[in-house]
Design a protein around this ligand. Sequence first.
Ligand SMILES: C[S@@+](CC[C@H](N)C(=O)[O-])C[C@H]1O[C@@H](n2cnc3c(N)ncnc32)[C@H](O)[C@@H]1O
Length: 280
Amino acid sequence: MITVSQLINQSAARLERISETPFLDAQTLLGHNLGKTRAWLLTHPEENLSEAALTPFLLDLESLLEGIPLPYVLGHWEFFGLDFHVSPDTLIPRPETELLVEQAIDWITAWHKPCLVADIGTGSGCIAISIARYSPDVHIIATDISIPALQVAHKNANAHGVAGRVNLINSDLFPPIIERFDLICANLPYIPTNTLQRLKISGKEPNFALDGGSDGLDYIARLINKLPDHAAKKGTALLEIDSSQGEKVCHLASRKIPSAEIKIMPDLSGKDRLLQIKLP
Ligand SMILES: C[S@@+](CC[C@H](N)C(=O)[O-])C[C@H]1O[C@@H](n2cnc3c(N)ncnc32)[C@H](O)[C@@H]1O
């Protein structure tokens, strides 16, 4: 027999070589397997665990030790205070992307009218679905080039009760529709290919969700070029960028739409994270 605290300590010691948060990971994984909260684990350290409870936990622990990210092992992850299904076909939603969602909701609130929103490269659907959950008057069209990612987004839209207001479309950037968007949101791949190869996440999350080409701007530049054909009058685009790309994306946007108001916003750690383009 092994107790809760013994199992967490032993597992955390094994996870140390692959994780910066081994205790938290061990607690999260055990809580997930037992169907208990972290608070329960902390208040029941001497609880004995049966063989039946132990086996699935140990299998999941092996997956983590093989390098599979925790959210994929759990099958879900939190974003913007909401729980999202994730799979190896989708990017794991990142906390820095919450800035885009906050800005989108503020923009929609100030707009004061029903509006049509696009989420280009929706992945798990975390941006579109968070916006829809907190903004009842919007209709969102969310696209992705990956059908398996759209299947996960579909599951999330249903789970959050917004499937009627979030249309998911398989397309390359913008969907083939004539309506123009009041607000265009996008977190497209933006990591330069060479940089990506040196990152720990390389090979663990889908390459097509991360690799932005030689300077990381292949997709963002294409989207900026298409903006005038898809944005409504006085529409706005909010595009997540890498912290090194602020100057370049401002240049791209002002060259394509000289009359637009362009601004870069920092994330909570002070890094350039969001390009805002307000069209005339
Ligand atoms: C960085 S991930 C972002 C996923 C999600 N929006 C998020 O913030 O977690 C980029 C997404 O863009 C999608 N994508 C890549 N190229 C695309 C394209 N040409 N058109 C539409 N989506 C694309 C990928 O499949 C991936 O889901």
